[in-house]
Design a binder for this molecule. Sequence first.
Ligand code: C2E
Ligand code: MG
Ligand code: MG
Ligand code: MG
Length: 282
Amino acid sequence: QAKMQGGDAVHSFESHIKERVNERITLRNDLAVASENGELDLHYQPLVHAQSGVIEGFEALVRWNHPSMGYIPPPRFTSLAEETGQIMPLGEWVLRRACCDIKAINDRLGTQYRVAVNVSPLQFHRKDFLARLRHVLEETGLPASRLDIELTEGVLVNRTEAAIATLHTLRSMGIGTAIDDFGTGYSSLSYLRDLPISKVKLDRSFLQESDDGSRNAAIVQGVITMAHSLGLQVVAEGVETEAQREDLRTRKCDLLQGYLFARPMPMPALKQFLHGSTAHAV
Ligand code: C2E
Ligand code: MG
Ligand code: MG
Ligand code: MG
């Protein structure tokens, strides 16, 4: 009896693996045509100045609405796209679309909004990354000074000469750089010291109320103080409550992003949102 169950368990484990593999193959094939089929979209989430509530700009977040599987969360297909190399066309699609959308909004409203684009490690480390980036800026007409590139800590962990050179070039072009999910990866304080980065985005896990609340607060305050003394701005991700907003404002966090202000929105909703909030702060 026990043996039978063991066999079943092995069998179901195997079929589970097979399912996962099949799903990945399906997703990989489908991703190849997703942008042509109009299944990809970008949603935009505002970043607001903590003190004034004024909108600084938006983070572009990719969305894939799969024809049969429905909504697929970005980390699931971006990691797959990294493995297959599909991240290159995907990343370029995101970049072009984000620059184009925000340029259009700025032109129409007479604003100077920034746009933050998530760039995957593979994209960033490619030799032609800067050339492609320049090309997209030229094509779309978005001023380089309105763009932020968001990188995860993993990108910088090896701190290669080439990566450092790329960061310096981005800075000289006037493009901002942010370390995303700061505090969750292989954080090393020395790269804040050594690398030309303009923002750190404090991971939202540090905002969570918990038994460790006071410990989180100590980290939040520590990161803000340290970043400011190094000339970096701090963005808090995942701000959901008025209490968090007030706490971060008191601690002199520069920018806030989260459901409290707005969820990521597709372009039509963003236009509506901005129409309702032009002139006055969020
Ligand atoms: P991220 O760059 O750290 O983006 C922030 C994530 O937090 C987004 O999830 C956003 O929807 C979510 N978020 C924002 N405010 C709140 C809040 O108040 N509460 C909570 N619980 N969540 C909030 P999303 O859109 O599912 O994206 C997940 C991750 O996928 C991103 O994390 C980013 O690492 C990656 N990603 C998204 N778009 C792209 C892209 O175009 N390219 C690449 N390479 N990665 C992307
Ligand atoms: Mg991000
Ligand atoms: Mg983030
Ligand atoms: Mg995050």
